[in-house]
Design a protein around this ligand. Structure first.
Ligand code: FAD
Length: 646
């Protein structure tokens, strides 16, 4: 019998970013005893780094905005591959979620007449992003944390214990979701500081672990984004949807090397920043795709007029969706028109007075001054694409956020798939995680408190999770030949090779032969990762933590590579050099990844075929009243022939 500590909860939320915290608040308010567990410090999640704002059609900056326009923009941005019901719920509910934040104490920037200010962002027809300078995520997380503290204070009054109904376990990593038969029974985790194992038993688990960026070399993501939630879902028997769609944000820092990939917020372009190549040309005018031609300015003059008079001019092409801008930058650099350090120039200094730049973009000003010794009020920044966000994720029910096929498992935020289709619009993540975080918390609480019997945690599963976690301490190198003794594999070396492979072979522009090469390399790395070994003990041991994260990164990377090889078209965050155009017949197809070995074991899987099985699913037809929001001429560009006939 396992000696691991156990606690009983109704709902366990894995992840304390915006999605996790919003889910936890909802679950607790619905009467479920709720535990939140997070890999890093409480409050230090990607959400806190979000700069630009929360997209919500409040109509404060332009009264023509409404949920229908937001829905249309989101579907266009995602190239119509979005789970349309999620896009609808998101557009309808985002304004309420922003209002709610305000009632919980969030202090948004204001318009002159005192309403919540909204700024422009790529792909959004009207200024729509509610923001706090360029530190919106910080305010969002601060507000949600404050709400959690308020709930804990209520609980203290009633029960004498702050943590009786809502408790945060920080710096703890979940390595397995446990099951009782088909349904979820809890999670297995370790405390990073002490290495101690523990189990949180619960009928419902909400996964809100964010992204996968750390599988790529150049990324805006921080250390904890190793695709854990995606992998946990696969290992629990759930499916991942459309994992080929990875967003490369067009503007990451390119210099100096130590900060390569760090994000340069889209607000810089939203507020008037322009992209130029080494000839000084505003090159984005050459890259407006046909599907967007009617919506974007044809000349610099028209684009510039739009900032003051958006009703009578079209927006500048610097504000095209991110996939388009990233590809354009990539093409300019490849054509030899890049900046000295392999990016292009992003200039705000000639567009706004210095004090306005410092007021509207304070983080960017300090980021460039401190990290690159560049004064953005006086000179242009150098920027290039960086792996930023994953549109693919856990396949969920649109209304309830329940992971398909695993009772008791829920997912929200970046880890959930479908909402953004093939490409996410900026600002739509913060709104997504509020809308679906709330829904996940609500439905997880209802499920957990409504279950007639609690699931039982199986000791054998706990023991095997503990053995799996301890394996790196006893790992052995490959069989020695002729007396040679080889050490175990170094997790850092494996991680670097993985990042290089994904960056070079499954990156922003993809080719069949390179992805096949990537899959072979992933198979090799998988074999070597089973022999990843570490020295020392369980007390704060980052090498050990990385050795455990490798399992997740390898699983997720294989999903991305397999799905990217299968989808023979270019759409949103998936660009195939050998299939350069969008193919309308592919609009109806979702690609689903699941674990080949349904028992969740990894060792037994075929070393060449891999661990992942891919299948196709026909997308659900878009509801007629939502289709009616678009002109027929536009639908013809996206929908397959049979859909148009229907
Ligand atoms: P996160 O906020 O990423 O939180 C994930 C949580 O899961 C963390 O607490 C982490 O510790 C925890 N976790 C992970 N694995 C485990 C595990 N195994 N066990 C326990 N806990 C685990 N979006 C916008 O809409 N607007 C913006 O302006 C914007 N700017 C951005 C700027 C930057 C620099 C970055 C990186 C992203 C930005 N985004 C923006 C995207 C957006 O911030 C993220 O997509 C979003 O915050 C994800 O939220 P989340 O709640 O899903 O996960």
């Amino acid at each position: 019998m396992s000696m691991v500590d156990r606690q009983e909860w109704d709902v366990v939320v894995v992840g304390a970013g915006g999605a996790g915290l919003r889910a936890a608040i909802e679950a607790r308010e619905r009467g479920a005893r709720t535990a939140v567990i997070c890999k890093s410090l409480f409050g230090k999640a990607h959400t806190v780094m979000a700069e630009g704002g929360i997209a919500a059609a409040m109509g404060n900056a332009n009264p023509h905005d409404n949920w229908q326009v937001h829905f249309r923009d989101t579907m266009r941005g995602g190239k119509f591959l979005n789970q349309w019901r999620m896009a609808e719920l998101h557009a309808r509910e985002a304004p309420d979620r922003v209002w709610e934040l305000e009632t919980w104490g969030a202090l948004f920037d204001r318009t002159k007449d005192g309403r919540i200010s909204q700024r422009n962002f790529g792909g959004h027809e009207y200024p729509r992003l509610a923001h706090v300078g360029d530190r919106t995520g910080l305010e969002l997380i601060r507000t949600l944390q404050q709400k959690i503290v308020a709930l804990q204070q209520e609980d203290k009054k009633e029960t004498g214990d702050y943590e009786s109904r809502l408790k945060v376990f920080q710096e703890c990593t979940v390595t397995r979701v446990l099951k009782d038969g088909a349904r979820v029974s809890g999670v297995f985790a370790y405390e990073r500081e002490s290495g101690r194992f523990f189990v949180l038993e619960a009928p419902a688990v909400v996964i809100a672990t964010g992204g996968i960026g750390k599988s790529f070399k150049v990324t805006s993501n921080s250390w904890e984004y190793t695709g854990d939630g995606h992998a946990l879902a696969l290992l629990t028997g759930a499916e991942l949807l459309n994992m080929e769609f990875v967003q490369f944000h067009p503007t990451g820092m390119v210099w100096p090397p130590s900060v390569k990939g760090i994000l340069v917020t889209e607000s810089v372009r939203g507020d008037g920043g322009v992209l130029r190549n080494s000839d000084g040309k505003r090159f984005m005018f050459d890259y407006i795709p046909d599907v967007f031609k009617e919506k974007y300015a044809e000349s610099e003059e028209e684009g510039d007029r739009w900032y003051d008079d958006p009703d009578h001019n079209r927006r500048p092409p610097e504000l095209l969706p991110r996939d388009e801008v990233a590809r354009a930058i990539n093409a300019e650099v490849k054509a030899g028109r890049g900046s000295p350090h392999g990016g292009v120039f992003l200039d705000v200094s000639t567009r706004m007075p210095a004090e306005v730049i410092r007021r509207r973009l304070p983080s960017m000003y300090h980021q460039f001054k401190e990290l690159a010794d560049v004064d953005i009020t006086a000179e242009a920044m150098e920027v290039g694409p960086t792996c930023h966000y994953v549109m693919g994720g856990i396949a969920v029910d649109s209304d309830t956020a329940a992971a398909r096929g695993v009772p008791g498992l829920y997912a929200a935020g970046e880890v959930a798939g479908g909402m953004h289709g093939s490409n996410r619009l900026g600002g739509n993540s913060l709104s997504d995680l509020l809308v679906f975080g709330r829904r996940a918390g609500l439905h997880a609480a209802q499920y957990a408190t409504g279950s007639a019997t609690r699931p039982r945690v199986d000791d054998a599963q706990v023991d095997s999770a503990a053995a799996e976690a301890l394996r790196p301490f006893s790992a052995e190198g490959p069989a020695p030949s002729e007396g040679e003794i080889r050490p175990p594999e170094n997790p850092y070396t494996l991680h670097q090779e993985l990042q290089q492979t994904m960056n070079d072979l499954v990156g922003i522009i993809r080719r069949e032969s390179e992805m096949e090469q990537a899959l072979k390399k992933l198979a090799e790395l998988r074999g070597r990762a089973r022999r990843a070994g570490v020295e020392g003990h369980r007390q704060f041991n980052p090498g050990w933590h990385l050795a455990l994260d490798l399992r997740n990164m390898l699983l997720v990377s294989e999903c991305v590579a397999r799905a990217a090889l299968e989808r023979t078209e270019s759409r949103g965050g998936h660009t195939r050099e050998d299939f350069p155009t969008m193919d309308r017949t592919w609009r109806r197809i979702n690609l689903l990844c699941r674990l080949t070995d349904p028992t969740g074991g990894l060792a037994a899987t075929d070393p060449v075929r891999g661990q992942i099985t891919l299948s196709r699913e026909t997308t659900e037809p878009i509801r007629p009243d939502l289709l009616a929001l678009f002109e027929k001429e536009e639908l013809v560009k996206y929908l397959a022939e049979e859909e148009l006939c229907e």
